[in-house]
Design a protein around this ligand. Structure first.
Ligand code: ZN
Length: 537
């Protein structure tokens, strides 16, 4: 009942906040000024954030860690002054002040030096933010996730979006989106462009209105937001359902834009971009002038090659649900996935992390959030991603703002990603360890999920089942798995819908790999030579 009431309150508050939001305009000069100021006051912004949301918030899960490290606010201030922001945060990391991804999601208590601190995902919520439009996704793992639209935060991230478009010469390019309705973040991303007057010409959603088990909740919220936007004069298109297998339709829509404009922009996942590119080539549509703003999964060489063959360009992005965009493509890249960290908004460095059970060490990303309206307080949160972090001056438009931290080769060490939808380990683990053995026999040791890339570059998730388990109809296993995911959480439900369309899940009958490795094998861990120790500085 309480949740229903909150949901309704959310709807009632929204039009007032939206009206205020729409009064804000962002010019290119504003965006440049905001980012320059953010860069200039980075250290103060950080100290103000920890003062208000950590030291000034008795329930902060960071407090016991800072106390353990003997670091009061005054000490931190002095250290920042002495060693700079990165230096101070690296010191804290070394002293045990960090949060793992599982802890951040509230799935594991924080355990440091014999101290156990129980945490929930909402303990990391920013205490100084009042949510305007909140929709929580429950999830079997108890990891609530906010998928709403925080208008203040959307507004604060708008300059980054504008500067990214500027760097890639896309300010005047009409755009198309091919990403899902809520709970996906598409609406939030559309709204980030409204302050500078960009609205997509079309919005294709790979998830239909009634595909979700929670369709009423999310479809209603999606349409409610669009309805108010349109009523207040912003002509955001209603989503048109275009399944992942109907990529020709998207290729044609891009071709139509390019017939009347020198360039266009499409925002979609990496694998959807690959699908559009293949469809365009099949139809003989030249996509020269098209910019693929891609995210949600690694832009591997195989996938990028397939996209570039259409004649278009790749504009890679990196972000998470909690942070929104962290990095965006370099305009003079030294690799297909070379990106700039928005340094006024984040501090990101890598720290060697031995993955439990895998016998390898990866340079894991540690992230600190500097935007005061961010929905989560993040102080050295170790993402489950790793990659190459470099300080470099590339000379592109983005470097002019002091964005000197570059990222590339970003991979996950716990997540499996197929077709731009990501499932976090825990949800799949429960299916592999409980649902499948109970239904089809065998033990949890007989099931494993392995990520692979096929010849075209598409990611396949292979469900490896020991041949010792007798199964009459193997298709049933996939059905049961998709059904179980669909009941697990709204995010997993959306994943199962798309994986069903694209036959992402496949079965392989062989013995699961009996190494020290885990039950989930992301592609990049699979490809590593066994027993290798990898560390990057
Ligand atoms: Zn650059």
């Amino acid at each position: 009942m309480n949740e229903a009431l909150e949901y309704l309150q959310t709807f009632a508050r929204f039009p007032f906040a939206l009206r205020k939001f729409l009064q804000q305009r962002l010019t290119l000069d504003d965006a440049k000024r905001i980012v320059r100021e953010g860069m200039e006051h980075r250290e103060e912004n950080f100290l103000r954030m920890v003062d208000r949301s950590v030291y000034g918030y008795p329930n902060s899960p960071y407090l016991p860690l800072l106390k353990m490290a003997g670091c009061e606010l005054g000490d931190l201030r002095a250290r920042v002054q002495q060693k700079g922001l990165e230096g101070a945060l690296r010191d804290l990391r070394a002293a045990g002040v960090y949060i793992t991804f599982e802890e951040f999601k509230g799935r594991q208590p924080i355990i440091r030096n014999g101290l156990t601190i129980p945490v929930m995902a909402r303990d990391f919520d920013n205490p100084s933010m009042q949510r305007v439009f909140t929709l929580e996704t429950g999830g079997s793992s108890g990891a609530a996730m906010n998928v709403g639209v925080d208008l203040d935060f959307v507004l604060d991230r708008s300059p980054h979006e504008l500067l990214s478009l500027l760097a890639h010469d896309c300010l005047d390019a009409p755009s198309i989106r091919w990403n899902g309705i809520l709970p996906a973040g598409t609406l939030r991303n559309i709204m980030r462009q409204i302050p500078f007057g960009h609205v997509p010409t079309r919005w294709f959603s790979p998830v239909g209105l009634r595909d979700s088990r929670h369709w009423l909740k999310y479809a209603a919220a999606t349409y409610y937001i669009i309805f108010w936007l349109r009523l207040l004069g912003v002509r955001v298109p209603f989503p048109e359902y275009v399944g992942v297998e109907k990529s020709e339709l998207v290729a044609r829509a891009m071709g139509a834009l390019l017939a009347t404009h020198p360039s266009c922009l499409i925002h979609c996942s990496v694998s959807r971009a690959l699908r559009v590119s293949l469809a365009a080539q099949k139809l003989g549509i030249d996509l020269a002038g098209a910019n693929f703003s891609i995210s949600s999964e690694p832009a591997t060489l195989a996938k990028a090659k397939g996209i570039l063959q259409s004649g278009g360009r790749c504009l890679p992005n990196y972000g998470t649900v909690e942070t929104n965009r962290i990095a965006t493509g370099c305009a003079t890249p030294n690799a297909i996935d070379d990106m700039h960290v928005f340094k006024d908004a984040f501090v990101l460095f890598d720290h060697p992390y031995p993955i439990p059970g895998f016998g390898i060490t990866v340079p894991a990303f540690n992230l600190t959030n500097l935007i005061p309206t961010a929905p989560k307080v993040m102080l050295n949160v170790q993402m489950d991603d790793y990659g190459v972090v470099e300080e470099r001056s590339c000379g592109c438009e983005l470097a002019n703002f002091g964005y000197t931290t570059h990222l590339r080769e970003i991979r996950s060490y716990t997540k499996l990603t197929g077709e731009g939808v990501t499932l976090i380990g825990n949800e799949i683990l429960s299916v592999l360890e409980n649902v499948l053995p109970t239904r089809f026999g065998g033990s949890p040791l007989d099931y494993q999920l392995v990520e692979e890339e096929d010849a075209q570059g598409f990611t396949r998730l292979c469900l490896v089942i020991s041949p010792r388990v007798a199964i009459a109809d193997e298709h049933q296993v996939i059905d049961v798995m998709l059904q179980a995911l669909s009941h697990s959480s709204p995010m997993a439900d959306a994943a199962s819908t798309i994986w069903q369309q694209t036959h992402t899940l496949q079965i392989k009958r062989m013995e699961p790999q009996r190494t020290a490795r885990g039950k989930l094998l992301p592609l990049y861990l699979l490809q590593r030579p066994q027993n290798s120790e990898t560390q990057r500085g």
